[in-house]
Design a protein around this ligand. Structure first.
Ligand SMILES: *Cc1c(COP(=O)(O)O)cnc(C)c1O
Length: 433
């Protein structure tokens, strides 16, 4: 929102005008917002929509009335659920139908794909990741290195951050050396919200003949992807953040069609070709597609919300979601700069200001009191989250948040500092924040 006078930018009527011009505002009625809250944590756990609730109820009903016959005979047979939901989500990430499957969980899918794509050959022994990565990704990479006989410390190269917030693409590319066997990176850094240039990184990795994968947990459903066109070898993303599938629901696994000749290293019977799976032979005959990377029976209950949720996302359209998300994060950033940056407030934006380098959330930093201010915000009915050491994450979701809510949160933050009420809260953290 460049160029607006302070008094206009911060006015309630300006927020109301922005709400009126939000083409996605009508989707808000389809979501359940926890009563009495301003929910800005959709990047951690997206909210339940009515269509998702209905598709879960349908599966319970099928189980209740059909028992085991639900696998094959229901209106939407469970046996094909993982592939069908993958196909339904494919347009959100620029995948082709058989490149995406809804299976397992994010970390398990990282294991399944890295086990396949991390091949130690001669001097190519290293995995390239980054120093601001989400911990589970790093744990998985280190254990894969150890499994293949490498040294988890020496063989994992973590691209350092220059400023503690972001990673420069230049710095990543510079480290794509002949020792690197695999590059595995997040699309959006979970703390600062920086969006990496996946297209450029994929091109550079392939120029050096290095396979590359992305963890898109923090971008799927918020940012359009062109995974097929960019040639990304593989990707994973969870279903419970911007995809609104519910706590711990199944996750997505992407495999580029040019890699369908690879063999799944962590084999399981649901990766077998559908046509011969129930011949129950001891020779594994994997599906030559993303589906081949499935391991177990799909968690049908944990998958059941997604078909409904995807109808909302697809109707809204990922390009429109992205456009409105950028408008919302830009508004939030501008308000913070106008209201909360100067003393005595001292907040700072940790997210890149260039919207092309930004995912769906904003990292609000406070040098000393981020934890207690976050607690005070929660006491006032706002749902943000805190990431150590000093980041309050705020994710305005165009499908269910409003500009008035964003403005409301900024002025609550101002009040919290003005009144000093955050001092009443403990400096100790809860288990999940
Ligand atoms: C949310 C998230 C995960 C989640 O992993 P689970 O296996 O679903 O617990 C993994 N990686 C990243 C980058 C995430 O943002």
């Amino acid at each position: 929102m460049p160029g607006y006078r302070h008094s206009i930018l911060t006015s309630e009527s300006f927020a109301a005008a922005l709400d009126r011009s939000n083409p996605l505002a009508r989707f808000r009625r389809r979501f359940y917002t926890p009563p009495g809250t301003i929910y800005l944590d959709g990047n951690s756990l997206g909210l339940l929509s009515r269509p998702a609730e209905r598709s879960l109820a349908r599966v319970l009903e099928e189980w209740r009335t059909m028992g085991v016959r639900g696998w094959i005979e229901g209106p939407r047979p469970w046996f094909y659920e993982a592939e069908e939901t993958g196909a339904a989500a494919a347009p959100l990430v620029g995948a082709r139908t058989h490149e995406l499957v809804f299976t397992g969980t994010t970390t398990v899918n990282i294991h399944a794909l890295v086990a396949t794509f991390y091949e130690r050959r001669g001097r190519r022994t290293r995995i390239l990741a980054d120093a601001l990565d989400f911990p589970t990704d790093i744990y998985a990479l280190r254990s894969q290195i150890a499994l293949k006989g490498g040294d988890p410390e020496a063989d994992l190269v973590l691209v350092p951050s220059r400023d503690g917030r972001t990673i420069e693409e230049e710095d990543i590319i510079e480290r794509m050396t002949p020792e690197v066997a695999l590059v595995f990176l997040p699309s959006v850094l979970f703390r600062s919200g920086q969006l990496l240039d996946m297209e450029r990184l994929t091109r550079e990795a392939h120029l050096r003949e290095i396979p590359i994968g992305f963890d898109c947990s923090h971008s799927a459903g918020a940012v359009p992807h062109r995974l097929n066109r960019w040639g990304v070898d593989f990707a994973v993303f969870c279903g419970y953040k911007y995809l609104n599938g519910g706590p711990g629901c199944s996750a997505f696994l992407y495999l580029h069609e040019n890699r369908f000749d690879r063999k799944p290293v962590l084999a399981g019977w649901f990766g077998n070709k559908k046509t011969s799976q129930f011949d129950l032979r001891l020779d594994f005959d994997p599906t030559p597609a993303a589906g081949g990377w499935q391991i177990s029976s799909p968690g049908i209950l944990g998958s059941a919300t997604m078909p409904g949720s995807l109808t909302v996302l697809r109707e809204a359209g990922i390009d429109r979601i992205r456009r409105e998300s950028v408008r919302m994060t830009s508004y939030l950033i501008d308000l913070v700069k106008a209201v909360l940056e100067a003393p005595p407030y001292g907040f700072r934006i940790g997210t890149p200001l260039d919207p092309r380098r930004r995912g769906g959330h904003v990292a609000l930093e406070h040098p000393r009191e981020a934890l207690r201010i976050n607690e005070a915000l929660k006491a006032r009915g706002v749902v943000p989250d805190f990431r150590p050491p000093n980041v309050i994450r705020l994710a305005p979701i165009p499908l269910y948040n409003t500009y008035r809510q964003i403005r409301g949160v900024v002025f609550r933050l101002k009040d919290i500092v003005d009144s000093g009420e955050f001092r009443a809260f403990s400096r100790r953290r809860k288990a999940v924040s």
